[in-house]
Design a protein around this ligand. Structure first.
Ligand SMILES: Nc1ncnc2c1ncn2[C@@H]1O[C@H](COP(=O)(O)OP(=O)(O)OP(=O)(O)O)[C@@H](O)[C@H]1O
Length: 725
């Protein structure tokens, strides 16, 4: 296959480096808990909760940042002892693969629909942030999405006032709080800007003119960060099935955040990935791109594929770790040696005792043949004579080292040189057996000698021909890696019920059940060989991984000594330098880097029948007179967790430049806080407005007087519109 030629060399990353990312999920550290509990005694301090369909952020009004940031996912499990069903949030279950677990969310899109689950989530929040009393005696400031349906708000208030006995609640829109945090009080009341909020499963486009939110023109698209991420996850699993076990939720999220981006020009990016620099002959690109006469922005925005290496061994183990392992191995070897020595001494004592007994029997035979014969028959079986005793004496003497080993060999094949005519039928049979045994012993000895010679040659080669020796070590290393990999795959297949390996295993067990032996009288297990059937089955489960790892370590120590570039070779993924074929230990990210994120610009990719983000932005902007439109175009702000997608602002900017008339100034910026903006905004509001906020709170008393009807909701500078009845 012809290799692609790109402008820049494709980058390679090690999965261990990629896996590190700024995860925004956490719980309060244990040393912070006492301070949090202190807060519970001061009923003036409000609790701020930014409910999100992706991440719920909660904390006390006087904390510097949210005390808790948790995924809005719950899993119910039954305690085996108490039979009480508990709800666990995703944070509580460490290293979970959220695509595999049975997780449920209180949300459908970004609207709360499951209030039972929300109660579980609230219990968790209040518990974690240090509310110790059964009721929550603090004012609450919470967020809701734009145009939150009335019944959701009513159910929420019902839960707060009746279940938690909360004294008062203020409700605002998450994006408005985030904007307040970004601009501050004055600019929030005067700014003209277009706010784009990329949430977990939705995007909102919110125009703000002279500090007024234009509610009539707010638009929502039903795709968000999660949809983009899900496309990537599915693509990666589909294309790299052999690395499936590595690609869990956390790893793919890290890949998404670190290595994926929004294509500035998706069509051209795809062509670039397909044709590489060959396409610069103006044939493939819609823009005439050439090296001499290029449109710089376009060239800069084209990106090369990325390779992520998954080396088989866990990490390049450091020296101390190696020493520790070596020490353990030495101790184990010493213990084994001691045990062997003990066993040998015991055996020696037993043989000495046996020899003494046999010799006394032999001398007894000389004195009293009759009585000695009885004893011999007792020992060796009926019909056996003094020859058996003598043979045994010789054997024991060889074992004790009193006689050389070949004494026995000579005795072993006594019949070989005697002609058949002089032998009985029984002896002829024995002769045949002896011939076979002798041949087998000779081949064994030959093999042993050959192995010994080989070992000596290898030792010689290490000094005389180190390069060949090094190659041999590399080959050995690859063989072990392959073996471990195959074993892992095999074991993985065993965990899948319908896999070929598992079916074969079941077949073996079924055959065992249907065996003719097990007929009317089931006597399975009477003979030792019956149990051999389990050896085949058990082999699948046995793990010699540690053994292999030890061997691998030993080889790598030697390799490191001989080849100083060994670690570098592994780092760049050069795992196959000596021509052994292996399954690729890396994944390639080419189109996948961009296709997932394209979902918010082309929702059709994830099957959502909707216009894309820039089309909707253009639609919204076209609703405004030219002057306002120009102002809005110059001040586009992106917020929400999805704004962390690389290249997002550039893409929107580029799309809008081509959608509006020549000369329009387009400026797209990210807000400073992507995920915590709304929570920090709530805190800023609480700190700046202070007591003035009281008029915006819905109190428990009002709720019990009026019920949760529409009239109870109070509008505030951050809330949805209240339509009076
Ligand atoms: N570093 C990160 N760590 C964890 N999650 C992240 C990170 N960066 C982005 N995210 C994603 O951000 C999203 C949450 O963003 P955000 O808090 O704005 O949405 P939300 O408020 O939960 O959702 P919505 O506003 O739609 O209800 C999640 O989908 C999450 O996967």
């Amino acid at each position: 296959m012809k290799t692609q030629k790109y402008l820049k060399e494709p980058q390679r990353f090690l999965i261990y480096d990629v896996r590190q990312y700024n995860n925004q999920l956490y719980e309060p550290a244990s040393d912070r808990k006492p301070t949090l509990i202190q807060n519970d005694y001061d009923s003036e301090i409000p609790i701020l909760i930014d409910y999100g369909s992706g991440i719920t952020k909660a904390g006390w009004g006087n904390s510097a940042k949210p005390d808790l940031s948790v995924q809005s996912l719950l899993s119910k499990s039954k305690d085996s002892k108490t039979s009480i069903t508990q709800a666990l949030t995703s944070n509580k279950i460490k290293d979970v693969d959220l695509f595999k677990g049975n997780y449920r969310s209180p949300y459908e899109r970004n609207i709360i629909q499951q209030f039972g689950l929300l109660e579980n989530l609230n219990d968790f929040i209040f518990n974690e942030i240090g509310v110790v009393e059964s009721k929550v005696d603090h004012p609450l400031i919470i967020t809701e999405p734009v145009a939150n349906p009335e019944y959701c708000r009513q159910n929420l208030l019902e839960q707060y006032f009746e279940c938690y006995e909360i004294p008062s609640v203020m409700i605002g829109v998450d994006t408005f709080f985030a904007t307040f945090y970004e601009f501050g009080q004055d600019r929030y009341q005067s700014e003209t800007c277009l706010i784009i909020s990329i949430g977990h499963t939705t995007c909102h486009i919110i125009p703000m003119v002279n500090g007024q939110i234009i509610f009539e023109e707010i638009k929502r698209i039903n795709v968000g960060y999660f949809n983009c991420f899900e496309v990537l996850y599915k693509q990666l699993i589909l294309k790299n099935n052999h690395q499936k076990h590595h690609l869990d939720y956390q790893t793919v999220q890290a890949i998404h955040l670190n290595n994926c981006s929004v294509a500035v020009n998706y069509d051209e990016q795809l062509k670039y990935l397909k044709y590489g620099t060959d396409g610069f002959q103006n044939k493939f690109y819609s823009n005439p791109i050439t090296r001499e006469n290029n449109i710089l922005t376009d060239l800069e925005c084209l990106q090369e594929p990325i390779y992520i290496d998954f080396p088989i061994q866990q990490k390049i183990i450091d020296e101390s770790e190696l020493l520790r392992k070596q020490e353990i191995r030495q101790k184990q070897a010493e213990r084994l040696k001691e045990a062997m020595q003990k066993k040998r001494e015991e055996k020696k004592r037993a043989h000495e005792k046996e020899l003494a007994e046999l010799e006394s029997l032999e001398s007894k035979f000389k004195e009293d043949q009759q009585s000695a014969k009885m004893v011999i028959e007792q020992y060796f079986g009926k019909g056996k004579g003094i020859e058996e005793v003598r043979k045994r004496i010789q054997k024991v003497k060889v074992k004790l080292g009193f006689l050389p080993k070949d004494t026995l060999e000579e005795d072993k094949y006594t019949l070989i040189n005697i002609a058949d005519s002089q032998l009985t039928a029984q002896q002829q049979k024995q002769k045949k057996l002896q011939i076979i045994q002798k041949q087998a012993a000779e081949t064994r000895a030959e093999k042993k000698a050959l192995e010994k010679q080989k070992k000596e040659e290898i030792i010689k080669m290490k000094t005389s021909n180190p390069e060949v020796y090094l190659n041999m070590l590399y080959e050995k290393r690859l063989k072990i890696i392959k073996k471990v990999d195959e074993k892992k795959k095999h074991q993985q297949e065993l965990s899948t019920r319908n896999s070929r390996v598992n079916q074969k295993r079941m077949q073996t067990i079924a055959q065992l059940g249907a065996s003719e032996k097990i007929g009317k009288d089931d006597n399975f297990g009477m003979n030792d060989e019956d149990w051999n059937i389990y050896i085949g089955i058990q082999r699948d489960y046995e793990s010699d991984e540690e053994n292999q790892e030890m061997k691998l370590n030993e080889i790598e120590i030697e390799l490191r000594e001989m080849d100083h570039n060994f670690d570098d070779k592994i780092k760049i993924g050069e795992v196959n330098p000596y021509g052994l074929s292996m399954q690729e230990p890396f994944i390639e990210l080419s189109v996948d880097r961009f296709r997932g994120n394209e979902a918010i610009f082309q929702p059709g990719i994830v099957g959502v029948d909707s216009s894309g983000l820039t089309d909707v932005i253009t639609f919204v902007l076209n609703k405004f007179p030219a002057e306002t439109q120009a102002k809005l175009l110059q001040n586009i702000r992106i917020t929400g967790g999805g704004s962390v997608m690389q290249g997002l602002a550039k893409r929107i900017e580029r799309d809008l430049i081509s959608n509006f008339k020549v000369g329009s100034v387009v400026q797209v910026n990210l807000m400073h806080e992507a995920i915590f903006g709304a929570w920090l905004g709530m805190q800023k509001v609480y700190k700046q407005y202070g007591n003035k906020l009281n008029e915006y709170f819905i109190s428990k008393q009002e709720y019990f007087e009026k019920g949760s009807s529409e009239g109870i909701f109070k509008s505030n500078p951050f809330s949805n519109v209240v339509i009076p009845y």
